[in-house]
Design a binder for this molecule. Structure first.
Ligand code: AMP
Length: 303
């Protein structure tokens, strides 16, 4: 394990201190064996079994603090990374992580869309109709670039929150905001005019790669949990004559495990399948003669 440049020997991870990502990010670390207890309002927590300190930060400060090296790893929204890094890069594409950040892992939580929205009853039919309009957002850099690429210039109203009420307050004609379920839009009688980007929660690393070996271990642990959350293990018996068809239905993560049964005409197959597809896959397997099909949830893996 390398500790060069470290004052305290601890790797520092920045986690959202509050908001919708806070609990999910903490749970992910716990599931990856990085257990800590946060006592109320403290900024730091020490992990029990690893030389790691968790720092609780504002989600939108995490990109800059990871870039500056105040934290070695950070968990935050890819939307915030994109907004921060476009600023530095003068308009690179979504997902770019900028000169000071290494994108390490998509975490499978916090999926959302950044969308440009107008009132349900608005006559606006395309972004071009917004020429000269007022657009409220907390993503000014992404918004300016996206509209600019379409030849549209607007007056941007930059805010840090509650963007969805700005049209009814008379401050804006359109908004650019994150949408998860769409219920906030519906409650404010807004509709999506166009989608600007899709984002999820990500793990980023400072370019200096302090504590590089430990950081890599943490990434591998988190990866194991993230993959396990989106896959199940499916086991079934299949006549050997149908094995090729079955393998096409369950190709597995790398390839399925096939083992012999006492009856030489049959074999047993074990393969990882995407969780959301399990029911449909079981039906297809049954239709080609599979039996004893069992799904097992996995909580961790190394592939
Ligand atoms: P919803 O009503 O589910 O569409 O959520 C919309 C509200 O939640 C907006 O105010 C967004 O700013 C916020 N939001 C949605 N998804 C995320 C996310 N992944 N990260 C941070 N804020 C989000």
């Amino acid at each position: 394990m390398t500790d060069e440049g470290s004052n305290d020997g601890l790797l520092r991870i920045g986690l959202p201190s509050k908001g919708r990502l806070s609990e999910a990010a903490a749970q992910l670390l716990h599931d990856a064996g990085l257990s800590f207890r946060r006592t109320e309002r403290t900024l730091f927590a020490r992990c029990r079994d690893m030389p790691v300190e968790v720092t609780f930060l504002r989600t939108d400060d995490i990109p800059v603090l990871a870039e500056e090296g105040a934290i070695d790893l950070g968990i935050t929204g890819a939307d915030l990374i994109a907004e921060h890094c476009r600023h530095d890069l003068g308009g690179a594409g979504p997902g770019d992580s900028g000169p000071g950040l290494i994108p390490r892992l998509d975490l499978g939580i916090g999926s959302c869309r950044l969308a440009i929205c107008v009132p349900e009853k608005s006559a606006v039919a395309s972004p071009k109709d917004l020429q000269g309009a007022r657009v409220a957002t907390s993503f000014p850099t992404i918004t300016r670039k996206w509209l600019g690429d379409r030849g549209v210039t607007v007056h941007l109203v930059e805010l840090s929150g509650s963007v969805e009420v700005m049209i009814s307050l008379g401050v804006a004609d359109a908004i650019v905001d994150l949408v998860e379920t769409g219920s906030t839009l519906a409650a404010n009688q807004l509709r999506i005019l166009d989608e600007i980007g899709r984002y999820e929660t990500v793990l980023v690393q400072n370019r200096g790669r302090r504590h590089a070996d430990l950081a890599d271990r943490i990434v591998r642990r988190l990866e194991g949990v993230v993959i396990a959350r989106s896959y199940s293990l499916l086991e079934y018996n299949i006549p050997r004559s149908r094995l090729a068809e079955a393998e096409k239905i369950t190709p597995g993560f790398n390839s399925p495990t096939v083992s012999g049964l006492e009856d030489p005409d049959w074999c047993a197959v074990r393969a990882m399948v995407r969780r959301g597809e399990t029911h449909a896959i079981m039906e297809r397997l049954e239709a080609i003669g599979a039996s004893a099909i069992v799904e097992t949830a996995i909580t961790n893996c190394r592939l």
